[in-house]
Design a protein around this ligand. Structure first.
Ligand code: DAH
Length: 344
């Protein structure tokens, strides 16, 4: 039989069989099988199209049209079925799910209590004109001790208490070194606060860590007086712990201040007798510190006859423990989410 005639018979059959198979395909896999069987490299329609070269001239146009019509009918049937199957799958995936329910809460982080108390302390002192200063944690003995009038035999300089490097440098034992760094690079008036880490070889227990957080303050100008120191720090602790907070200054000794004081605040915990708790050290900058600064700067910008100042330092960990009644300092570094969550 003539090939042209055969093709005219065959193509509509391929088309109607393909459409029937597409209609009954029940999932994407069987649909893909139909596509391959008909339109694939060795698919029935592909093979039929390959026969075009043998079709006599007079039949070519008609057979060509049949082929094109079959291909486009099958292709669009495949696409329609594909999207219908997808809709079914989507519906099935949603069955039993209430899409109007509110989304599950995403747990957001919270600021660490040390960050909270540090930021609060900074903002109180900023309102009084203090600005932030910084200094290195790996210090030398000059900035950590000598310039702060601390003699070579002072216990704080002991190898047993301080982390020394072979180079002779050390991990700063207090943030007071930032006082020196600041005065070396700026002239009075100076009013700075310097929060940061400090390091000591302490036995770790409920109130001691070998890395802790301090907060240094320094005000140097002409005519800075002891009442300025008292007023500033009383105001600071009342802002931090509430207007009713009682603050007391006890005479003490620090090498870098004269006179020096320790500051206590009265702590009232429900169901307990009120007690004084030590929170800070402070005093009027010792003229010997100004002398050391002038020598280091090679000028007299801090003339001890004209320049006066006060300094203070305190532990941020302690401030946080008092604020929130935290009994063990180790909670501040353990990152236990059950603890940290309470500050969210
Ligand atoms: N540096 C002292 C310490 O770590 C705290 C301190 C006391 C700082 C008196 C001061 C100060 O600035 O005047 O214990």
């Amino acid at each position: 039989m003539a090939i042209g005639f055969l093709m005219k018979e065959q193509i509509p059959v391929i088309q109607s069989e393909a459409l029937a198979q597409i209609a009954t395909a029940h999932d994407e896999r069987s649909l893909e099988e139909v596509r391959v069987a008909v339109l694939g490299k060795k698919g029935t329609l592909t093979l039929a199209a390959a026969g075009m070269k043998d079709v006599p001239k007079e039949d070519k146009a008609e057979v060509g049209q049949l082929l094109n019509a079959a291909r486009s009918a099958i292709t669009s049937a495949l696409e329609e079925k594909q999207s219908a199957l997808q809709d079914l799958a989507d519906q099935a995936a949603l069955t039993g799910i209430d899409v109007t329910l509110p989304a599950r809460a995403v747990a957001t982080g919270a600021l660490h209590p040390l960050t909270l108390i540090r930021d609060e302390a900074i903002s109180i002192l900023r309102r009084m004109g203090f600005s932030l200063a910084d200094g290195p944690e790996i210090e030398d003995e000059f900035h950590c001790f000598d310039a702060l009038n601390t003699p070579a035999d002072h216990p704080a300089r002991n190898e047993k208490d301080t982390f020394y490097f072979d180079s002779g440098k050390l991990l700063r034992t207090h943030t007071s070194s930032v006082q020196i760094r600041t005065m070396e690079s700026a002239k009075p008036p100076i009013r700075i606060i310097a929060p940061g880490s400090a390091y000591r070889r302490d036995e770790i227990d409920a109130t001691h860590l070998s890395v802790f957080n301090q907060f240094e303050g320094l005000y140097v100008a002409e005519d800075v007086s002891l009442p300025d120191l008292k007023g500033t720090l009383e105001y600071f602790f009342r802002e931090l712990y509430g207007a009713q907070t009682e603050v007391r200054f006890r005479p003490h000794f620090f090498p870098f201040t004269e006179p020096s004081f320790e500051i206590d605040v009265k702590l009232t915990v429900k169901g307990q007798a009120p007690r004084w708790i030590e929170v800070a050290g402070c005093g009027m900058v010792d003229p010997a510190v100004f002398d050391a600064i002038n020598t280091s700067r090679k000028d007299t910008a801090f003339d001890p006859n004209k320049t006066t100042g006060f300094a203070f330092g305190m532990g941020l960990d302690r401030l946080a423990m008092i604020r929130w009644g935290i009994k063990d300092i180790r909670l501040l570094i353990e990152n236990d989410v059950r603890f940290l969550k309470q500050f969210a």
